[in-house]
Write a protein that binds this ligand. Structure first.
Ligand SMILES: Nc1ncnc2c1ncn2[C@@H]1O[C@H](COP(=O)(O)OP(=O)(O)OP(=O)(O)O)[C@@H](O)[C@H]1O
Length: 588
């Protein structure tokens, strides 16, 4: 350091020295303080070190104490574990022995099962062998059954043919029986029937046991149930179609063209299916007769079609067909094809008379000539619109009259070998009187046989012997017999019912008299029997189509109808008489 100008250098240096001395003293004091602090810190350090030493010992002691405790705990755990293990071992042991037992049992049972399975397998094998043997036997049996069935069918056909021949020879009335299905209205009961009887009403009690046997379960309240059987030429079950019914009727139509009179008559209680069988189903009380629904057509439309088919196979012009439609209502005969002066069809009363030859005849009855089945159906439909029908509790469209549709077939026969029946004679006389050598052209509204003509003119030599032979197909839909209580009719309908029942019992009386070969047959007791006299008692082939309602409700009426059919079968009228025809085909 250099002294500044004007100042004494010695004092500067002295000052400087003092300053330094002061600084030195301060430093020394500071050192002393620091040394003191240092000593104090040392002391504290020593103190803390002592403390740390003690703490370490304590920690060590604590560690040592904890280790002991843990040891203790571990040893008690070990003991517990030991115990548990011991128990487990015991359990294991018992499980093991149980498992051993089980496996032993299992093996024992498996063995038993195995034996059983083996036995079953052997059994099955034996059964299979037996089954195979049975199958072979069954096959053999089936074959023999088929052979027997075929033989049976052949024998049955032979028997039927023989039976038919016998029926022909004895002039028996053939009886076919049709059991209709149960229908919804069978559930409804007449109002006079007690409630507890209504329950079983719809139960079916009449069955076709086979195609010749009717089985009726007669379980009347308070009586033991009895099964009764009735045999007929043919029995139709409730599923048999109109086709099946007609198939058995068709051969009679061949007979018709071969020269036999034929009558097919439906008999049964109200609602049993007579009109359905004879005409077909009614739609709201009208007959459809539509050819589109041919499967439902009844015997009358089918028979007409068949007659015209058979005629179409004959020489043209040699046959012509007339139709008459009458109803017997309240014991009066009504002509349903009569026309008023305007040509409108209306019902007119006619009478039935017995001719000198003992035949029945309805004078002035309208006979319309028809050329085909459609014309015939058109006329019948018109006539049916006039037929009396009323609803009853049993049947909504019940016919209250007997309907008789007659087809008269006139055949022109040339030759010497003529028969001498009354109809033939009359026809012949008419022909010889009216036309000596030419048959007149058919007129549309020709009435009665006297004004009928051939469908085409036939020229014949005046010298040649000509004869008309008439055969008649009568198709009868009888009114239904009925129990007044069940049909619930009153007033005029009750009167109708009593006429219906009386005429049907007159029919039964007539059959009874013929069956017993009584000298007097009471044909004239009713207009119905008088009208049908020639068919029922004469030489016609007569088929009664018995119609049966299958329900319990109609049991009494069904039994009555079956009784009627059985009695009818017993009637022997002598062989049906055939009109003289030049070239007969085989009669059925
Ligand atoms: N075989 C059948 N299959 C189906 N329905 C049938 C059969 N027979 C009858 N019916 C039905 O039963 C009802 C009564 O039949 P239908 O009119 O022919 O009785 P009915 O004996 O002529 O009675 P009624 O004497 O009172 O005139 C009709 O509705 C008819 O369609």
């Amino acid at each position: 350091m250099r002294p500044r100008r004007g100042l004494d250098p010695g004092s500067v240096w002295a000052q400087r020295l003092r300053q330094l001395e002061q600084q030195l003293r301060a430093k020394e004091e500071r050192i002393v303080v620091l040394e003191t602090e240092n000593a104090a810190l040392h002391l504290k350090l020593a103190e803390y070190q002592g403390l740390a030493g003690r703490s370490t010992n304590e920690v060590l002691q604590l560690y040592a104490a904890r280790g002991g405790q843990q040891k203790l705990q571990r040893s008690s755990l070990v003991t517990q574990l030991h115990r548990a293990i011991k128990r487990l071992k015991q359990d294991l042991k018992s499980l093991h022995s149980f498992a051993l037992e089980l496996s032993k049992e299992f093996r024992r049972q498996s063995k038993t099962c195995l034996y059983q399975v083996l036995a079953a397998v052997q059994g099955v094998q034996l059964q299979n062998e037996a089954m195979q043997m049975f199958q072979i036997k069954a096959f053999d049996l089936e074959q023999s059954l088929q052979e027997v069935t075929e033989r049976y069918e052949k024998e049955k056909q032979k028997r039927r043919a023989l039976h038919n021949s016998l029926v022909e020879l004895r002039g028996n009335i053939r009886v076919h029986c049709r059991i209709r299905p149960l229908l919804p209205f069978d559930d409804a009961a007449g109002h006079l029937i007690s409630q507890d009887r209504q329950r079983n009403f719809s139960e079916k009690v009449a069955y076709a046991a086979d195609d010749e046997t009717v089985l009726v379960k007669c379980n009347r309240p308070g009586h033991a149930s009895i099964n009764k059987t009735f045999q007929f030429e043919r029995v139709y079950n409730d599923s048999e179609s109109q086709d099946a019914v007609f198939a058995d009727v068709a051969p009679l139509l061949t007979s018709l063209l071969d020269g036999y009179n034929v009558c097919i008559m439906a008999y049964g209680q109200t609602g049993s299916g007579k009109t359905y069988t004879m005409l077909g189903p009614q739609v709201e009380g009208n007959f459809a007769f539509t050819i589109e629904d041919e499967s439902e057509l009844g015997i009358i439309p089918r028979a007409t079609q068949e007659v015209f088919r058979l005629i179409s196979e004959k020489p043209p012009g040699s046959y012509w067909v007339e139709v008459s439609v009458v109803e017997v209502y309240n014991n009066e005969i009504f002509d349903l094809l009569a026309k008023d002066s305007y040509g409108k069809v209306f019902s007119i009363k006619r009478d039935v008379v017995t001719t000198r030859e003992g035949k029945s005849d309805v004078p002035l009855l309208t006979h319309e000539t028809v050329e085909n089945a459609s014309e015939f159906l058109h006329l019948v439909k018109k006539g049916l619109q006039l037929r009396v029908r009323h609803p009853t509790l049993v049947h909504a469209h019940s016919s209250r009259s007997h309907l008789v549709v007659t087809l008269t077939i006139t055949t022109i026969v040339f030759g010497d070998n003529f028969g001498t029946s009354w109809e033939d004679e009359q026809a012949s006389q008419r022909l010889n009187k009216d036309v000596s050598c030419t048959f007149p052209q058919k007129t549309r509204d020709s009435k009665s046989a006297s004004s009928s003509g051939t469908s085409s003119p036939v020229q014949v030599e005046a010298t040649e012997k000509i004869k008309q032979v008439k055969t008649r197909l009568q198709l009868v839909d009888l009114a239904g017999s009925e129990c007044v209580g069940m049909s619930g009719v009153t007033g005029a309908a009750l009167r109708e019912t009593s006429f219906i029942n009386r005429s049907l019992s007159a029919l039964a009386d007539v059959l009874g008299a013929i069956a017993e070969q009584r000298s007097h047959v009471p044909y004239r007791n009713s207009k119905l029997t008088h009208l049908l006299q020639d068919s029922v008692g004469g030489d016609a082939k007569l088929l009664v189509m018995l119609c049966i309602s299958p329900g319990q409700k109609y049991l009494t009426e069904s039994m009555q109808s079956l009784g009627f059919g059985t009695r009818a079968r017993q009637v022997q009228r002598g062989q049906a008489k055939k009109k003289n025809f030049p070239m007969p085909s085989k009669a059925k």
